[in-house]
Design a protein around this ligand. Structure first.
Ligand SMILES: [Mg+2]
Ligand SMILES: [Zn+2]
Length: 197
């Protein structure tokens, strides 16, 4: 670890929690579910954004509601095939997904995992020793923002619209958020030489 790097309490990691549909891959029309790899289409510059998150030391955790399973519109095997494909796309780009959590339940199941509940985020935090205070939940819907708030992480909305839906931060794309984090980092230039006058 370089001397300039701030250490998190208890050696915990910081994470970027990513919603899947509408953040990583193109969302299908309402009531349709990505149930085959052929339907999984990465959004522009997602891999570049994840590369920046890696460089900044963030773990990458995907947290996704997939009630198409509860509704009988896809099987667990279908979803696993899609996720295997997604992981391959990341791996081929030299990237990794540190954790992947999904909720297969329906709204009426009142489970603890379906966003806006914080269940998936809290479970990942426990599994991966994540410091929630230095982490972000990135999504494209209000339930993502609420899940982030319920879990105690900062919420980041990816949206072309001005309505922040209660988010702490709003960006047009995942890449724009990654650039924001990168720019916010104390640079080596700042550490090495503060120019006077
Ligand atoms: Mg979404
Ligand atoms: Zn659930």
């Amino acid at each position: 670890m370089s001397s300039g790097e701030r250490k998190n309490p208890g050696g915990q990691r910081k994470a970027v929690f990513l919603d899947r549909d509408g953040v990583i891959n193109k969302k299908l029309p309402e009531d349709q579910y990505v149930s085959r790899p052929a339907e999984f289409e990465l959004l522009p510059e997602v891999l570049e954004a994840v590369g920046i998150f890696h460089n900044l030391g963030f773990a990458i955790v995907v947290v996704t509601n997939q009630r198409g399973i509860a509704r009988g519109m896809m099987t667990f095997d279908d979803l696993d095939a899609v996720h295997k494909f997604m992981k391959t796309l990341f791996k081929d780009a030299g990237l990794r997904i540190d954790g992947l959590y999904y909720c297969p339940h329906d709204k009426t199941d009142y489970c603890y995992c379906r966003k806006p509940s914080p269940g998936m985020i809290l479970e990942a935090a426990k599994d991966l020793n994540i410091d929630l205070n230095s982490s972000f939940m990135v999504g494209d819907s209000e339930s993502d923002m609420k899940a982030g708030r319920n879990a105690g992480v900062r919420s980041v909305l990816i949206s072309p619209l001005p309505d922040p839906m209660g988010a702490d931060l709003v960006f047009r794309s995942l890449f724009a958020f990654a650039e924001f984090l990168q720019d916010r980092q104390p640079t080596r230039k700042n550490n090495l030489g503060k120019r006077k006058g």
